[in-house]
Write a protein that binds this ligand. Structure first.
Ligand code: 5RP
Length: 226
């Protein structure tokens, strides 16, 4: 889709020779990986760390050199998508199921560039169901606890079976409704036994690039918290 592609192509302009680059997951990031593949063929020298087996496979196919996360000290720049972005650059991520590795890579990155099409920009997070990654053991109990908080969790499935993340966990998609204090919800969910992490990314983004259907891409101005 044009809006996703233009956002991705603007983001890769920040990639330079010698960088270690984090590769996010999803259809928008796939455009960035394709573009990086072209740039590598033209001589760009980078090393990359992938946030999912999907992105790893794509990068390998395109001839991008991959390094193990264990072998690097820091990532210079990560490019990743999002499911929702608010004016303070808080994010919901994990629609593609890669939220945990995405957050680990984001936390190890000097800069995180988020690329989205215009439909992902919202005034308040929460219309998109919040993905919560949980340990399979006792997931029913974890789900009941999330339900008790009024978060309306639903087990994500694939071909009639629980969807399993790259880390061997399940995902509970929570229909919380519009979120007033994302930081509070993030901490409340992550303090539950059985929860590994949730898709709220607070304070990780360094830049948000929005692609529009007219083929333009612009940086989203960041509103400071009140
Ligand atoms: C994967 C993610 C993705 O970045 C998010 O779901 C956006 O995906 P897409 O670019 O396909 O719309 O968080 O876990």
């Amino acid at each position: 889709m044009e809006a996703k592609r233009v956002a991705a192509e603007k983001a890769v302009e920040y990639v330079a020779d010698g960088m270690t680059v984090g590769l996010g997951t999803g259809s928008t990031t796939a455009y960035a990986i394709h573009k990086l593949g072209e740039m590598v063929k033209q001589g760009l020298k980078i090393k990359a760390v992938a946030t999912s087996t999907r992105s790893e496979t794509l990068a390998k196919e395109l001839g991008i050199q991959l390094v193990a996360f264990a072998d690097i000290d820091q990532i210079d720049l990560t490019i990743d998508g999002a499911d929702e972005v608010d004016p303070e650059w808080n994010l919901i991520k994990g629609g593609g199921g890669a939220l945990l590795r995405e957050k680990i890579v984001a936390a190890a990155s000097r800069r995180l560039i988020i690329i989205v099409d215009e439909s992902k920009v919202v005034q308040r997070l929460g219309l998109f169901p919040l993905p919560v990654e949980v340990v399979p053991f006792g997931w029913e109990l974890t789900m009941r606890k999330l339900a008790d908080l009024g978060y309306n969790p639903r087990l994500r499935t694939e071909n009639g079976k629980p969807y399993v993340t790259d880390n061997g966990n399940y995902i509970l998609d929570c229909r919380i409704g519009l979120i007033d204090r994302p930081g509070q919800i993030h901490d409340r969910i992550n303090s539950m036994v059985g929860v590994v992490d949730n898709g709220l990314f607070i304070g990780y983004a360094s830049l948000v690039i929005v692609g529009y259907h007219d083929g333009t891409a612009k940086e989203l101005p960041r509103k400071d918290e009140p």
